[in-house]
Design a binder for this molecule. Structure first.
Ligand code: CO8
Length: 263
């Protein structure tokens, strides 16, 4: 199967139903430039539309997941440029992806890099991972959702500390605070391997339920409790119209493994 070719990212298929996107500007520590984000958006659109792909792993290099938005690109910009051109507005398009996205983070995840990890559904970290919002050192603030998503996850005091001091948080601290679901064992490539294994587990489930599960958990960050509970119940009800519900529950009672058809 032909895969699109890109300059700033690599797209691979390490398993039949799992896609791997690798940010690939190693000399700039994967600084997030506009061309990189155009490619990233395109890749997510394409993978979301590809029926064979059921989960997506996003990673960087051993040294850097991404060291932030490209400072050299931002430096000459004026208010009128960024306002008129809606700078960063389409950098959150990937959050519209229906398929689960797992970030596999090694090294620096700073500024936009941290925000990119937070846009993913699950974050796994290697012991070398460092998360931070150092924008304050550049005379600006987070612009890719960091202040909002961090506040939702780790609370006000820790978010204020990160945003106002610019201090990096270690993998261990990020795990304790809930920025990452876990820190994996040491070793080069280990975090990507674990992320692919997790993606394989997700890929083995009924995909309508998987995508509904992603949608309801995300709703918890957008809706109030009453609306969120109603939304969850409605989607739960809706799944009784799928073949996968019939198969999953029949397999349980017949003491066999379910064979989901994603329908
Ligand atoms: N932008 C552009 N180039 C970068 C960036 C960056 N963010 N980070 C590193 N580079 C480049 C360096 O300029 C250097 O290039 P060159 O070799 O041409 O001089 C190369 O990458 C290697 O970097 P260093 O020599 O600095 O490597 P060190 O190991 O000494 O240091 C650090 C690593 C600590 C990560 C350091 O590079 C650093 O502090 N980088 C900047 C981190 C930062 O401030 N990030 C925040 C940027 S602002 C931002 O992200 C706004 C958010 C926008 C929203 C995005 C939505 C997704």
């Amino acid at each position: 199967k032909r895969l699109m070719s890109y300059n700033c990212i690599l797209v691979a298929r390490p398993e039949p139903n799992v896609a791997l996107i690798t940010l690939n500007r190693p000399k700039a520590l994967n600084a997030l430039s506009s061309p990189l984000f155009t490619e990233l958006n395109q890749a997510f659109l394409e993978l979301d539309a590809d029926d064979e792909v059921r989960a997506i792993v996003l990673t960087g290099s051993e040294k850097a997941f991404a060291a932030g938005a490209d400072i050299k690109e931002m430096q000459p910009k004026e208010y009128s440029d960024v306002f008129k051109n809606r700078y960063l507005e389409d950098w959150t398009l990937l959050t519209k992806t229906r398929k689960p996205i797992i970030a596999a983070v090694s090294g620096y995840a700073l500024g936009g890099g941290c925000e990119l990890a937070l846009m993913c559904d699950i974050v796994l970290a290697s012991p070398t991972a460092k998360f931070g919002q150092p924008e304050i050192n550049l005379g600006v603030i987070p612009g890719g959702g960091g202040s909002q998503r961090l506040a939702n996850i780790i609370g006000k005091s820790r978010t204020m500390e990160m945003v106002l001091t610019g201090r990096n948080v270690s993998a261990q601290e990020a795990e304790k605070w809930g920025i990452v679901s876990r820190v994996v064992g040491e070793g080069e490539g280990q975090v990507v391997k674990e992320a692919i294994d997790m993606a394989k587990v997700i890929a083995s489930k009924g995909q309508i339920a998987v995508q509904a599960g992603k949608e309801v958990v995300n709703a918890a960050y957008e809706l109030n409790l009453a609306e969120g509970l109603r939304f969850e119940r409605r989607l739960f009800h809706g799944l009784f119209a799928t073949k996968d519900q019939k198969e999953g529950m029949a397999a349980f009672t017949e003491k066999r493994k379910p064979e989901f058809t994603h329908s």
